[in-house]
Design a protein around this ligand. Structure first.
Ligand code: NAD
Length: 482
């Protein structure tokens, strides 16, 4: 089977890279290089930024009304719903996540478009005159300009729409640089954006590796960089942005604690902790990768978690019966296995998993068994660094203060889970945990209405919710002498 050839879109034109270089997209389940995309050059990136600038400064988009932008977002939502199956299948081929996870996630993205269509129609700005004598004072919010949206591979379409919807709602234009692992799903979405009727140049996509992302972030024509990815790259982007004080929002990594108190409903908690770390093969920024368990139930809980982890059925991610897919690429696979070796060398006890599965049917896929380490302490690298794979570490704590101390003893602050039946304790924990999302008796919930983002090295800014548009606007204050 020959590989599909895909073009990227700049100013409404589908084209190859200047010079014709390409990148392959490899299916992590069977190792086939099933598609190629252009490897954008500096010239392509400049063309895309110029196109976005023209569309922002002049033309139909510059004159568009909130009502019109809302109508286009609603149409895009409809198209996502109609094409959700295909969009989900492409993502599975690219990153090896389960079809049953991707299908639900992709369909729900229509709601994202509908929600931000509503936000686009909301009046913005404030009248401040009552506090300022003899002056008419008011604020307006204006679109920040050309946005560079740089995205990772784990939920390529969701994480892009989390940026596109608010940016387009307020009238920005965008140049997207998807991950080199998952470019095809983004190009498919770009076709839907075109079909929805967004004018040429409003959403451009340049495909390529990290160098393309770096060139885009450094382009002087970009007013704002909206980035989701690793903390290491996020820091580089922050430095680049600082050179010209470009606006920046960063959604970065995590090492989130999932804290189990002895009064929790254990059956429910084991299910939640399992989903927190093993859903999406552990490849989510919010993975509950540090499982903190009270000493009174540590042995019992660890045993149940270990037994359940061993029962997870690995398989073809496109098979609805599979319970865990592959990791996304060879580099990630090597990284996860390397962290397992590090944990063993540090003295953590390997209770489940820890290697490629023995089933011959899974030989060529990038599978890693669901892995549980017990006897872990929070100073070990396996407890401090983001693995981004199906590896849970179980850490013992002695009481509420100890749990908070361990949970907050991390450079990250994306999310935390707490399992308890004690309502007062739940409220205390919400207050004390230094994380952008805290889930009580559930884990990994996100929704278009709920802000999401990180404390500390997990990022800057928030996506989702009505205030997500603040990340894509400048506030202008007007003073009229009356
Ligand atoms: P990554 O940082 O390696 O790459 C992300 C994107 O940045 C890709 O498009 C890549 O090509 C590009 N890139 C690489 N080097 C660059 C550079 N120097 N300048 C500009 N762009 C560059 O991340 P990844 O491996 O694709 O994704 C996994 C990471 O993303 C994990 O750390 C995960 O926690 C994080 N993540 C965070 C969130 C969140 O919302 N906080 C969501 C999903 C993933």
């Amino acid at each position: 089977m020959s590989a599909e050839t895909h073009a990227m879109v700049i100013d409404g034109q589908w084209r190859a890279a200047a010079g014709g270089a390409t990148l392959a997209s490899v299916n992590p389940f069977d190792g086939t290089a099933w598609a190629t995309v252009p490897s954008a050059t500096a010239q392509d990136i400049d063309d895309a930024v110029q196109a976005a600038r023209r569309a922002f400064d002049d033309g139909p988009w510059a004159r568009s009304t909130p009502l019109h932008r809302a109508a286009l977002l609603r149409r895009l939502g409809d198209l996502i719903k109609e094409n959700a199956d295909e969009l989900a299948r492409i993502q599975v081929r690219e990153n090896g996540k389960l079809i049953r996870e991707m299908a639900g996630q992709t369909t729900a993205l229509a709601n994202h478009c509908y929600f931000f269509a509503g936000v686009a129609e909301q009046p913005s700005g404030e009248t401040l005159s009552s506090s300022v004598p003899d002056m008419q004072v008011f604020t307006v919010r204006e679109p920040v300009g050309v946005v560079a949206a740089i995205t990772p591979w784990n939920s390529p379409v969701s994480l892009l729409l989390w940026k596109l919807c608010p940016a387009l709602a307020v009238g920005c234009t965008v140049v997207v640089k998807p991950s080199e692992i998952t470019p095809v799903s983004t190009l498919f979405l770009a076709r839907l954006i075109q079909e929805a009727g967004f004018p040429d140049g409003v959403v451009n996509v340049v495909t390529g590796a990290g160098e393309a992302g770096a060139a885009l972030a450094a382009h002087p024509g970009v007013d704002k960089i909206a980035f989701t990815g690793s903390t290491a790259v996020g820091k580089k982007i922050a430095v680049t942005a600082a050179e010209r004080l470009a606006r920046v929002s960063l959604e970065l990594g995590g090492k989130s604690p999932n804290i189990v108190f002895p009064d929790a409903d254990l059956a429910n908690t084991v299910n939640g902790v399992m989903a927190g770390i093993f859903a999406a093969t552990g490849q989510t920024c919010m993975a509950g990768s540090r499982v903190l368990v009270h000493e009174d139930i540590y042995d019992r809980f660890s045993k149940q978690l270990t037994e359940r982890a061993r029962q997870i059925k690995l398989g073809d991610p496109l098979d609805p019966g599979s319970e865990m897919g592959t990791v996304a690429c060879k580099a990630q696979y090597d990284k996860v296995l390397n962290y397992i070796e590090i944990a063993k060398a540090e003295g953590a006890h390997l209770a489940a998993g820890g290697k490629h599965p023995e089933d011959p049917a899974l030989r060529q896929g990038l599978f890693v068994e669901p892995t549980v380490f017990t006897g872990v302490t929070n100073d070990m690298r396996i407890a401090r660094e983001e693995v981004f794979g199906p590896v849970a570490v179980v850490i013992k704590f002695s009481g509420e203060d100890d749990a908070v101390r361990i949970a907050n003893d991390t450079s990250f602050g994306l999310a935390a889970g707490v399992w308890t039946r004690d309502v007062a304790r739940a409220h205390r924990m919400i207050k004390r945990l230094r994380a952008g999302s805290v889930w009580i008796n559930n884990y990994r919930k996100t929704n278009h209405v709920a802000p999401f983002g990180g404390f500390k090295e997990s990022g800057i800014g928030r996506e989702n919710g009505v205030h997500a548009t603040d990340e894509y606007t400048e506030v202008k204050t007007a003073w009229i002498d009356t």
